[in-house]
Design a protein around this ligand. Structure first.
Ligand code: SAM
Ligand code: SF4
Length: 361
């Protein structure tokens, strides 16, 4: 494959990808990515210990971050040329980006049928929920790890618990439901909150999903022994609720869903999801492709390779050239992340340099 003249220097090893010509975002193991996670910013107003260091990280310079126009162009290439069917906007904290509502409105105008979701910590959402809905946002996932303000402050290192609750209520009132709540459990800090969080979500008709803590914290403090596993989460929930497999097909979704009952002979109260990325990985069914805030393609959260689309866009490349580089990056998607015990490289697992906030979770 040739690099067009006038293009910036691309990662040579990746640019020279020897791959067949095909449609869509395929990889060497037969997977096709149709679900795009795009980060709007690396900045955040919380400092969750499983993600960011207490002092934050050096933020990207303003002109390093994709502009609204560049985001709309990349998503358009994804949808029109590469078969992207779903978009999730994330970060960092996407709501700290001043033009978040305008970006969603522009994406909606350009892609009337595209499901557009947002993952947020909900700080400031109370003021933006109505505008986000009006701009065309389809649905929202909100992170909430505890129902105790002191525990929230300990985990997120900011006293914003009430603001998060206000954000959740506003999103619900604005019609951004069904609201999904994401929780990461940390041993000895908020793991005992798991059943209360589930009860709280069931009462409000929110769908709770527990995410196993992954080694994507900037402090590199994750340990396999320290993380709370999906098995432990099922056990803790089982002390108060009856969980049974949700009959709906999983269809590549990261969360394994369970129906929840108070007792075996009682009606279903709702569902709960468990995203067991570490101990029960779902890499073989992964449909995701990621773009960081500065326009790098990451084929996997744990990828050590990144491919720069921003440089190509700014050098005046055509849509087909951008699409082709994106396909190159995805072709090299690793088979598995290697943290599990499936024999896909457990011994070789090396935590990536980027934290979750700098990738876009
Ligand atoms: N700031 C927004 C938020 O917190 O929802 C969006 C970005 S955040 C990186 C996206 C999701 O990643 C959140 O639900 C968060 O709980 C999760 N997350 C962050 N670090 C994680 C880690 N080390 N392991 C598992 N999930 C993590
Ligand atoms: Fe910020 Fe989200 Fe990371 Fe927490 S998980 S520090 S809210 S990016």
């Amino acid at each position: 494959m040739t690099v067009p003249l006038g293009m910036p220097q691309l990662q040579a090893s990746l640019r020279a990808v020897d791959r067949p010509v095909f449609d869509g975002l395929r990889d060497r193991y037969g997977r096709v990515a149709t679900d795009l996670r795009l980060s709007l910013t690396d900045k955040c107003n919380l400092r969750c210990s499983y993600c960011m260091p207490a002092d934050g990280l050096p933020w990207l310079a303003k002109d390093a971050v994709l502009s609204a126009e560049e985001i709309v162009r990349i998503v358009g290439i994804g949808v029109r040329v590469l078969g992207v069917r779903e978009l999730r906007l994330t970060g960092g904290e996407p709501l700290v980006r001043a033009d978040v509502v305008e970006i969603i409105a522009a994406l909606r105008t350009a892609n009337p049928e595209l499901p557009i979701a947002l993952t947020t910590n909900a700080v400031g959402l109370d003021k933006k929920a109505v505008a986000l809905k009006a701009a065309g946002l389809t649905r929202i996932n909100i992170s909430l790890d505890t129902l105790h303000p002191e525990t929230f402050e300990q985990l997120a290192r900011r006293p914003f618990f009430d603001r998060v609750l206000a954000g959740i209520e506003a999103a619900d009132a604005a019609g951004l439901g069904p609201i999904k709540i994401n929780s990461v459990l940390m041993r000895g800090i908020n793991d005992a909150d798991a059943p209360d969080l589930l009860a709280w979500c069931l009462e409000r008709d929110y769908e709770l999903r527990f995410i196993e803590q992954m080694p994507l914290d900037a402090d590199h403090g994750w340990t396999r022994e320290g993380m709370v596993t999906a098995g432990e989460i099922r056990e803790m929930l089982g002390e108060r609720f009856r969980l049974s497999p949700d009959p709906r097909a999983r269809d590549g979704a990261p969360a394994e869903r369970f129906q929840v009952r108070a007792r075996d002979d009682e009606a279903v109260l709702g569902t709960v999801g468990i995203i067991a990325s570490v101990t029960e990985p779902f890499c073989a069914d992964c449909k995701r492709t990621r773009i960081t805030a500065e326009g790098k393609v990451m084929s996997c959260l744990f990828s050590h390779e990144e491919v720069d689309l921003r440089g190509l866009l700014r050098a005046g490349a055509s849509d087909d050239e951008v699409a082709s580089l994106w396909q190159d990056a995805m072709w090299l998607k690793p088979r598995g992340h290697g943290m599990d015990h499936t024999g896909l490289g457990d011994a070789d697992f090396v935590q990536p340099d980027r934290s979750m906030s700098a990738i876009g979770g």
